[in-house]
Design a protein around this ligand. Structure first.
Ligand SMILES: *Cc1c(COP(=O)(O)O)cnc(C)c1O
Ligand SMILES: [Zn+2]
Length: 415
């Protein structure tokens, strides 16, 4: 089989593996594997200009920088993942005393979260290697994304999710026709069970921080930030700072990988500063970062931001490095700040689920702590739609009055 990448390297021990040699993590130490592209071949064939103004308004515009072959699926939701909008919010910028603030909104993805990027690439990979069934453990969004992307091309998916996942996410799983198994346990238990089932039944596993192709999908957000924002920054030498919410650490690692790919190709001189934001109640990666090591120790996760509620993050080491290697940092924010951020974003027309608003809550914190200067250009990643979890949304705002159907009643409330 012809592969579109050169090899894998282990993020822990540095061992290199050929494309056929491994499937998931490093056989020696369980480290996450980086997919290494043929940078010289790409450089010889392409220039950044060739990627600009491409007609494909999805992550598939970057097919030549991805480790998979074209999966087809033209005209289906698979071809609509990615290429999400960036909004420039003057009002939020003003409020925070910043000059340039962008919000990259992932809610227009086909299943309404960032996870479609990873699932689109894994579905393409599954087709390439002839896998019949793809399985994922998920707090909800990764599963919904796999179920949706698989449904788009008529592939089979099995999803393990905690039975406590928000109902909207569970509804998505079932509606997309996946085999859904609701685990009477937490995400970490669903994760371990899905791996045991993968081995027992010979399935292909998409798990976050386990399958090396998820980060390859997520890196496309880094490519888009480069095209949509970085290449248009004023040339005052100010580097972009990017705020990313962190649970398992695969989004932050993936976006960092995207920047590193572009840097390796010589197309991005300066990698943006990356700031990871975790919930105070689920902060294993932030803890390791601030201890100054890469030893990710499990916590007992307790946060209403279900998509970033993780005891033992599966991509913690690379997530720590994403901040460390770019001059960034990690911040933690309590659930109250996460809810307040939902309300703030709502006032500029963006509806975020709690895990997604966590990044904005981190920016508020960073401004308070002078971690960003007024003239630092800033981008916040809004990773998922508020429609995913309306119960949390209603906790972020005050309830609407219920009135009699009379003008009198309206008058009373309006005055
Ligand atoms: C999965 C997810 C995250 C966190 O991504 P990790 O790779 O687990 O760090 C953040 N926000 C939303 C909406 C998600 O679904
Ligand atoms: Zn290794």
């Amino acid at each position: 089989m012809q592969h579109k990448f050169s090899h894998y390297t282990c993020s822990l021990c540095g061992a290199a593996y050929g494309p056929e040699e491994v499937t998931y993590t490093c056989p020696k130490d369980g480290g996450n594997l980086d997919v290494i592209l043929n940078y010289d071949a790409i450089k010889a064939q392409f220039t950044p200009k060739k990627f600009m103004d491409l007609p494909e308004a999805s992550l598939w515009r970057y097919l030549n920088l991805l480790p998979v072959t074209d999966p087809g699926g033209i005209g289906t939701p698979l071809r609509r993942a990615g290429w999400t909008p960036v909004y420039k919010s003057q009002r939020l910028a003003q409020k925070l005393g910043l000059q340039d603030l962008w919000i990259k909104d992932e809610s227009p993805n086909p299943t309404a979260s960032f996870k479609d990027r990873a699932s689109a690439i894994v579905v393409a990979r599954a087709a390439e290697i002839g896998a019949e069934v793809t399985v994922a453990a998920s707090t909800g969004n990764a599963g919904a994304a796999l179920a949706g992307m698989a449904a788009a091309v008529g592939a089979k998916a099995v999803i393990f999710a905690p039975k406590t996942a928000p109902p909207a996410k569970i509804a998505q799983l079932i509606v997309f026709g996946a085999k859904v198994l609701l685990v009477d346990g937490n995400y970490d238990q669903a994760f371990d069970l899905s791996i045991a089932a993968t081995e027992a039944f010979g399935w292909y596993n998409r798990n976050t921080g386990f399958n090396p192709f998820t980060a390859e999908g997520k890196k496309t957000a880094g490519f888009e930030i480069w095209e949509q924002v970085i290449r248009r920054l004023p040339e005052n030498g100010k580097n972009l700072t990017v705020f990313i919410p962190v649970g398992d650490g695969n989004i932050i690692s993936g976006v960092h990988k995207g920047f590193k790919d572009l840097h390796a190709l010589g197309w991005l001189p300066q990698v943006p500063r990356i700031i990871g934001v975790q919930s105070t109640g689920s902060a294993a990666i932030a803890n390791a970062f601030h201890r100054g090591d890469e030893d990710i120790q499990a916590v007992q996760a307790d946060t209403l931001a279900d998509s970033i509620s993780v005891d033992l993050p599966r991509d913690g080491v690379r997530a720590v490095r994403a901040a460390r290697e770019t001059g960034g940092t990690y911040l933690t924010v309590p659930d109250e700040a996460i809810l307040a951020a939902i309300a703030e974003l709502g006032r500029v027309g963006i509806f975020a689920e709690p895990a997604a608003s966590t990044a904005y809550a981190g920016l508020v914190r960073a401004v308070e702590e002078d971690l960003v200067a007024p003239d630092d250009p800033v981008l916040v990643l809004n990773t998922g739609s508020g429609l995913k979890d309306v119960k949390a949304a209603m906790q972020a705002v005050s309830a609407a009055p219920i009135i009699e159907p009379s003008l009198e009643a309206v008058k009373k409330v309006i005055e």
